[in-house]
Write a protein of this length. Sequence first.
Length: 281
Amino acid sequence: MASRYRIGRQRRIRRPKKQRKGGLWARVVRAGRGALSVATAASLVFLGYTLYRYFQHSGQLHIGEVKIMGCMNIAESELLDLAKVDFRANLLSLDLQEVSRHLARHPWVEKARVRRDFSGKALIIEVQERVPRALILLDELYLMDRNGEVFKKADFKERMDLPILTGVTPQEWKEKDPRTLELLRQALELLEHLEGRKVFSLRDVSEVHLGRKMELTLYTLREGIPIRLGSGDYADKLNRLEKVLPDLRGKMKNVESLALNYPKKVVVKMKETKSERPPKS
């Protein structure tokens, strides 16, 4: 019969810790190194601050040039006037956020970024202009951007070839009437769907009328034909319109109206000819 043996646990023998040599002196050295590191860091901070103050008030970093980028509809001279940059000022002492706030006052400016170029001693102004999407008729004609912001009165010297949004009163716009804002949102959505189309696009539209019954009607540029779109599903409705337009070539002057506010069809109403009119009694 096999016998069983118990293997006893081996005792771990801990070696005595080596005493550090020169304990007090080592602590003094470590403390000295720490103090030296703190002193070095403080010296670097002080040196950096001193250099910053020196260049801030020296004549070596005066603004030598202002570079303006991104202007399409804005004259650079207008932005320079708004920026109020003193060429005797120091680049370091210039408040860039304040300059940006001044530039944002221009109606065409959507965003403005201002930065320093120390190598060229220049102030760089990068402008992102608003993108006009339509004209809107209130008390006068105004420009509206792609975000639905009315940002300036229309100036016909700027030659804006844009459709006109009608049907909104100045009071409705001032009070931010929810119904009006929703109609404007839909009108901008419609214009977005029209952009880039090949058969019937934005360049074929003269006016978009915002109706009281929450429906849109657009008018063609050449013949002034009303196209009733109703509300929503504009991509589908424009697709249907583009299918019937080739059949109406040469007949558009006889078309009275088109209606797309019916499901899955286009209703074409032709003008009555003299022979079709009922005789007067």
